[in-house]
Design a protein around this ligand. Sequence first.
Ligand SMILES: CC(C)(COP(=O)(O)OP(=O)(O)OC[C@H]1O[C@@H](n2cnc3c(N)ncnc32)[C@H](O)[C@@H]1OP(=O)(O)O)[C@@H](O)C(=O)NCCC(=O)NCCS
Length: 168
Amino acid sequence: MTALTLRRATEADLPFVMATERREGYDALVGRWDEARHRAALRDGRHAHLLGQAGAEPIGFAILRDWASEERVTLIKRIAVAAPGQGWGRLLLSHVVEAAFRETPAHRLWLGVFPENLRARRAYEAVGFVAEGVARGSAFFGGLHRDELIMAILRPDWEKARGVHPGA
Ligand SMILES: CC(C)(COP(=O)(O)OP(=O)(O)OC[C@H]1O[C@@H](n2cnc3c(N)ncnc32)[C@H](O)[C@@H]1OP(=O)(O)O)[C@@H](O)C(=O)NCCC(=O)NCCS
């Protein structure tokens, strides 16, 4: 598999981001924003749009909320790849985790996933996210209040997995 690079997305990347979140079948799995909402998030200082590229080809994106927040808690608000089930998601996620812990003082990186989204859960588990429990009614999605499985990775978990000593 080609190496992946991760960079901050710009407005020029929004067509890819919006097409990816609108892929067939994704409507049941992941949220989507219109262009104005994406543009606002790109500028608000609270969100980070991260784009994964294999060579020059974009393969997926993640939107993080509370990037570099004072609370040191960051949410993976959304993640999606253009071609699922081929290992790209795991690779993208591992780069996103690296970026969050290397580039910010985040202590906790977390997300909510619909419990039946087994493909996403496996990808999260593969990079070290741990299931913490079900938050009832935590997502208002498609007009319904849906339960979400909360998964998180903490900085000490990440350091341990990498053999990094705290403070190094
Ligand atoms: C979630 C997502 C980013 C994961 O990326 P991906 O490239 O599909 O994931 P990977 O191929 O790296 O890994 C998927 C894992 O799930 C497994 N898998 C694939 N299809 C599966 C299925 N239908 N049921 C259960 N497991 C499945 C794969 O075997 C792999 O696990 P393994 O490596 O242990 O064998 C991607 O599937 C996606 O964009 N999905 C649509 C949007 C979405 O669900 N976003 C997350 C919302 S919380």
